[in-house]
Design a protein around this ligand. Sequence first.
Ligand code: NAD
Length: 481
Amino acid sequence: MSHLVQPAASLYIGGRPVEGQGAMLAVHYPYTGEVIATLHEASLEQVAIATATAASAQPAWAALRPVERGRILLRAAMIIRDRGEELARLETLDTGKPIQETRVADWPSGADALEYFAGLAATITGQTIPLGGDFVYTIREALGVCAGIGAWNYPSQIACWKAAPALIMGNAMVFKPSEETPLGALKLAEIFTEAGLPAGIFNVVQGRGAVGAALVTDPRVAKVSLTGSVATGQKVYAAAAEGMRHVTMELGGKSPLIIFDDARLEDAVGAAILGNFYSSGQVCSNGTRVFVQQGILPRFLERLSARLTHVKMGDPLDEATQHGPIVSPAQVSKIRAAIERGQAEGAQLVCGGVGEGSFVPPTVFADATDDMFIAREEIFGPVMTVLSFTAEDEVLARANATPYGLAAGVFTADLARAHRVVAALQVGTTWINAYNQTPVEAPFGGSKLSGVGRENSAAAIDHYSQLKSVYVGMGSVDAPY
Ligand code: NAD
């Protein structure tokens, strides 16, 4: 069966497909390595055309009633839900993630975001501030043209999570997906047009880092939202600063998952599995440092190994497959090097290993120490590092001893301890007796080097709008001279 999914053209500008004039970009299906689409990057001139098109379309879009904008986003969400199977297949081909995941997690969570912000649209208002006779009122305004730049692990979800709050506030967007997974954003652009979005409000340019860099510094861009690594985030944040642009940075992490002796064992094991191996471990908020209290550690490792023997790896389009390939050969090499380093530094390989071809099996290291590479650096693959601890104070200090601050989880039956621990964790997103749940209703994002700003929830509105305050004088103006 052919896996070819060649789109009409590489870019989407002004409500229609446009061919890129830059370098070639081959899209590979990670499972077989075959080329499933051949695209072209945008030329730097085309990046400028995309932002200019967005800038000229944006004022009329911002002038619509919010319910009208909401209606279009809702229609887009309905189209996504109606075509769930076709879109899940496309996402699987683009990323290599198992179809049993892409059916429920990727586009569906994108549709959730469109529905959520469509519903919120008409409730977003300013304030009136009384001053006796005079008063001030505030207007929450669009920023203008927003640039979205995506990572490869959740390409369609990332595009929707950025587009939904941006568009609902009356902004236009130029989105650059990851060069590894360029197909979902193009599909989203088509869906938006079909749903009635005016031409030029959601545009897609393709390309590697240089195209992203050109987008970030384009004079028409008022805001940049990046999902990517810390290293890229530092470059993009610095480049955005020159134009005083607003930023949202959703970056990497090395998040702690803390399991106390009194935790429900099977739940904690399940959360550690999902929080390390879903999407073959390519999830930014994964709890890759699993701190397990000494009393429960032997049973934890035993149950973890036992449950991992049942994982089904293979063809991601087979609905029984639970663990797919890694997105690219470069990422496979990076993960393998980290596993080899873990062994060389003396951690105990409990299960898994370097794997074969494009696959890396769920891999667990125990007897690790905090200074090892596998306990410090984001690997962005299916590698879990188990660390033991004895006391609450000790584990908190160790969990916080990292420059990252994306997420953290705690498993315990002690209610007071659970709340005390999450309060002390220096991260943006936490879970108690759960892990990696990211419903659109809740703010999501990191602190420290893991990012600034929040996606999802009403909090995202603040990051795609600005306040204008209007002072209204009701009396005469008393000038002293
Ligand atoms: P990456 O940083 O290599 O690339 C991210 C995007 O930035 C790509 O589209 C890339 O082309 C673009 N880019 C690269 N250099 C650029 C530049 N100088 N200017 C503008 N754009 C540039 O990240 P990746 O390998 O695609 O994704 C993996 C990383 O993303 C991991 O660190 C992971 O933790 C992180 N991530 C974070 C979240 C989150 O929400 N916090 C979600 C998913 C992934």
